[in-house]
Design a protein around this ligand. Structure first.
Ligand code: O2Y
Ligand code: MN
Length: 611
């Protein structure tokens, strides 16, 4: 059994459950671990193998020190509650930096520091920070171990909670290390280096830094989610988007689902929505009753991140680089997402949720007839004081526990994408769905995406901001170059997906949502696939192709006159103002913004009669 808490002046080294083997066969990896150990000065170094025994020992140690609390073993076997520091509950965009040699390469969409300055600033925090602690070396693979689309990384962390989460969210341990060692012998063999310490959990001593030119991440002072599980936002989006640009692929903030029709045909759809806008719910959608009876099914490939590259047939093939879900708990219920609720009945780590009197996890909107007794800070629940669950409380669970998870998610070749969907939270103006005319128009639609902010990041909630392709917090380089990269896929031999935009969040004059959402979103997906197959009709407008109310199957959905008008209508004056605002946004990137996107904005402005 491993000893995770021993103290010594020189770090003791253990490897998985076998304390006799030390380090890796890859000298570059051993050298980096040695350098980090010299800087951080841990008591012990532990190389993670990802085994059940290793996980059991880690969990036991965390239970002993109170960082994991066991949940009701009858209702939620194998499940745990973790409470983060109350000042450490979400991603911190203002402390997140992209450190490139040239400021312009990071772009106005990122906070920037020069690499030497960034290293110096954060290394000063890392200096001696792991004294008395264990340094865990966590090899991981983003994507199926045997997929050419996958990429590997190693996270060094002093948080056992991070190790336990990385084990669920990535293919972590011995198979990943073997791939890293195999690739390390090749000229192209590189792994992403991620260094993480919880530090003192002091918001004034916290940074999340990315060095894309060195494929390196350094994160200090937070133990929470995207700040700390470095495979997720830091690697699979910020670093991967940079890597993807030079290697000819796309790393996107998108769910991937498979829509199966009654004939057994499956079309895969990738959809980008800003944080906490329902990606997990859409990825796990259960079709409305009538559709289910006919044989429609939705398969889940991923709920947050999508890596895509052109295949030999010109289509885009996608993998989900993750192997688990780090989903928002509040609002998850038998109505909103039955598949998620089933997934998290066992072997789940909950973070910052409330508790019932009999120790079951509880959050606002769970709607299960139970009541909270203890809030997310461990205090007796008092509705006047704070919600039971933090609005950004989460569950971490293996994707394999999801009833709609498909074996195709493990296909090393990826799944072919038929449609790409962009969407935001827009109370006004934006209709339920429209289709872009072509790829260039679709890229503009993605670039112009706007959404009202949510609790997934610190800062004001409900403020409309432009969030291109839902990548505002996650693109590892200048957005102007990113849009140029997207445009570059439109070339001879390409057989690209159709691009759509949706808005599930349109509100009526009474402030209530006009579209029922959830399972009924399938009606919109059905229309999209009808368009892909050339079978569904639409009306051409300056902003794209819109369905008429009669083009969607609305059997069993009662929409008011106002709902029909706003969900399927096109507001000429409103879009004229929106186009002007989009033009101003593109100008923020000066000459670096591709002329093709500016021309596209002008084309639509002309069609609106503005020019
Ligand atoms: O990492 C966090 O602190 C929560 S943010 C998050 C978690 C899972 C999936 N997506 C997001 C996001 O912010 O987009
Ligand atoms: Mn996300």
């Amino acid at each position: 059994m491993n000893d995770f808490s021993r103290d010594a002046s020189k770090p003791a080294v253990a490897h998985g459950t076998d304390a006799s083997s030390e380090g890796s066969q890859l000298e570059a990896l051993n050298a980096w671990v040695a350098d980090v150990a010299a800087l951080t000065r841990p008591a012990t170094i532990h190389w993670c193998d990802g085994s059940d025994a290793e996980n059991a020992a880690l969990v036991a140690a965390m239970q002993a020190d109170g960082t994991l609390l066991p949940l009701n073993g009858d209702t939620h076997p194998g499940s745990w509650l973790h409470r983060s520091h109350p000042d450490d509950v979400a991603r911190v965009e203002h402390l997140t930096f992209v450190c490139t040699t040239h400021h312009d390469d990071a772009g106005p969409n990122n906070n920037w520091m020069a690499p030497e300055e960034g290293h110096a600033e954060i290394d000063a925090l890392f200096d001696g920070c792991m004294q008395g602690r264990t340094l865990y070396v966590v090899p991981y693979c983003m994507g199926p171990i045997d997929s050419p689309l996958s990429r590997c990384g190693v996270e060094i962390t002093d948080s056992p909670y991070v190790v336990a989460n990385m084990r669920i969210m990535t293919r972590m341990g011995a198979p990943a290390l073997a791939r890293i060692e195999r690739e390390g012998r090749l000229e192209s063999g590189v792994f992403v280096k991620g260094l993480h310490s919880i530090g003192e959990l002091d918001p004034n001593r916290r940074f999340i830094m990315h060095f894309p030119e060195e494929l390196t991440i350094k994160s200090y002072g937070s133990g929470y989610g995207g700040n700390a599980l470095l495979g997720k936002k830091c690697h699979a989006l910020r670093i991967a988007s940079y890597q993807a640009r030079s290697e000819g692929w796309l790393a996107e903030h998108m769910l991937i689902l498979g829509l199966e029709n009654p004939q057994g045909e499956i079309h895969y759809i990738a959809a980008a929505f800003p944080s906490a806008c329902g990606k997990t719910n859409l990825a796990m959608l259960i079709p409305p009753e009538g559709y289910r009876a006919q044989g429609w099914k939705v398969w889940t490939v991923g709920d947050d991140i999508c890596w895509m590259r052109p295949g030999a047939d010109g289509r885009l093939y996608a993998i989900n680089p993750e192997s688990g879900f780090f989903g928002v708990a509040p609002g998850t219920s038998a109505k909103s997402n039955p598949n998620a609720l089933t997934s998290i009945q066992h072997d789940t780590i909950f973070t910052n949720v409330g508790l019932t009197a009999d120790n079951q996890p509880w959050w606002e909107g769970i709607d299960n007839g139970l009541a909270p007794a203890i809030d997310w800070r461990g205090e007796p629940y008092d509705a006047a004081k704070r919600p039971a669950a933090h609005p950004n409380s989460r569950f971490t669970v293996s994707a394999k526990q999801c009833p709609s998870y498909t074996a195709e998610a493990e296909n090393p070749a990826g799944v072919p994408i038929s449609a790409i969907v962009f969407g935001g939270r827009r109370a006004a103006l934006v209709p339920l769905v429209f289709e872009a005319r072509d790829w260039t128009h679709g890229v503009l639609v993605g670039a112009a995406m706007g959404s009202e902010t949510t609790a997934a990041a610190t800062g004001a909630v409900g403020v409309m901001r432009r969030d291109p392709m839902a990548m505002k917090p996650f693109c590892g380089y200048n957005f102007a170059d990113y849009f140029a990269h997207w445009l570059s896929f439109d070339q001879a031999g390409a057989n690209l997906p159709k691009i759509f935009h949706v808005n599930w969040f349109r509100k009526g004059d009474d402030g209530k949502f006009l579209w029922p959402g959830f399972g009924d979103n399938l009606r919109v997906l059905e229309w999209m696939i009808g368009r892909v197959k050339g079978e569904a009709s639409a009306i051409e407008t300056p902003i794209g192709h819109l369905p008429a109310v009669t083009d969607l199957n609305l059997d069993g959905v009662a929409l008011s006159g106002e709902a029909e008008a706003k969900l399927f209508g096109f507001d000429h004056a409103g879009w004229t103002a929106e186009l002007e605002s989009i033009g101003e946004y593109l100008e923020e990137y000066d000459d670096r913004m591709p002329q093709a996107l500016k021309d596209e904005q002008q084309r639509i402005a002309k069609a609106l009669g503005v020019l």
